[in-house]
Ligand binder design. Sequence first.
Ligand code: C2E
Ligand code: CA
Ligand code: CA
Length: 408
Amino acid sequence: MNKLNVLVVDDSNVQRNHVMNMCLEQGVGNVIGAINGVDAIDKLLEDKFDLVFIDLEMPIMDGVELSRKIAKNKLANSVIILSSKDPSLISSIGTMAESDGLTVLGTFKKPMQISDLENSLNRLTTHKNTNESHKIYNRLEADDLIKGIKEKQITLFYQPKLTCKGLLLKGVEALARWDHPTLGFVSPVEFITAAEEFGVISELTHYLFDIALKQKVQWRDHGINFHLAFNLSPLSLADDNLANNISTQVERHKIEPKEIVLEVTENAICGEISTAIETLAKLRLKGFKLAIDDYGTGFANAQQLSRVPATELKLDRILVDNVATRPQQLAILRSTVNLAKDLGLTTVAEGVENFDDFKLLLKLNVDLVQGYYFAKPMDAKKLVHWLQVDLAKIRHDLHEKQSQESDN
Ligand code: C2E
Ligand code: CA
Ligand code: CA
């Protein structure tokens, strides 16, 4: 792990030392304590911290006021909120801190458990990496993209989508990857956005779709059958020829459209969307399945959702991640799952990163799961190995965990 600079704010010596010691045991780097909000602000002004633990109940300046001050003055990016109060109160303060612009890595009832700390630190590392890979926008030019396509530098990784019950491999999502000769790894968020801006998204989409279809044929030839999920840019939906082009590509590879799930983000179906709906309806008529992606990050309402001829709803990481420790998030997730079921949609939880969240998803009767907890996106070769070797192990470990819990 990278060395982190951590501040633990708690007026109770026992609680503060407990968290500080746990952090040190995890090898986080530098850990210091503050005895109240005012003391914390002083220290935050003096030094730069990667993470601040905030106790809610403190004399002089309480945790609510402290987190607002941190957000307002941009004194830190990431916080963890702790309290001995009711979990739903802690979680709603977490939500408030997030709407102030802080990254809340977790909200926990005291005393903090080691597993909570581990999960939060993992989240911090992921956030740091994503932020760093997003920082470097606008360094790409149209020619880079064309070259990336021509020279086949851009490829696809695949991430498994598993049934919640029984962990059967139901499908894989294709995710674009670019190992650029001079820039190194470039995030798909960066180069897809660039391709949209430079007007080469259609070339990129057809190039990638072809790779995915060829791969699907290879898997089929090896007797491995599962659906292939492929992301479409919202811009592509405005293209009148998209449905025909996609269809022709699929026919050429002798693949049935029903084996392909096309994913479009929730925001593609908001606002003035008649062309988008027309394209989606054409694709659906041709037999493709359609998923509404990143649901929970945008502004689609139930009515907009019901107008789209979708077959699947992908619940965004924002709704899924750490839901087991966030009662209000759970309430939203539960009602979303029920809405999707009423609309006859398959539900997919994205970004499942831990066992507790998975258990909850199982309880909520979510159909499919996808996330680092089961598998990260990987290249096609690795996927076969994962399927033949790792999957059985994952099932076995989960089974053990579940039976251990039912014994307790
Ligand atoms: P997305 O479609 O929502 O894809 C899921 C993203 O979440 C992927 O990021 C995946 O690696 C990541 N992910 C999966 N499980 C977990 C987890 O448990 N924890 C965390 N923290 N992340 C997880 P990735 O590959 O960086 O892709 C980012 C976005 O770029 C995608 O989001 C999609 O919107 C876009 N994208 C990727 N490939 C393509 C493509 O071929 N075409 C288009 N139009 N967009 C693409
Ligand atoms: Ca997707
Ligand atoms: Ca998504």
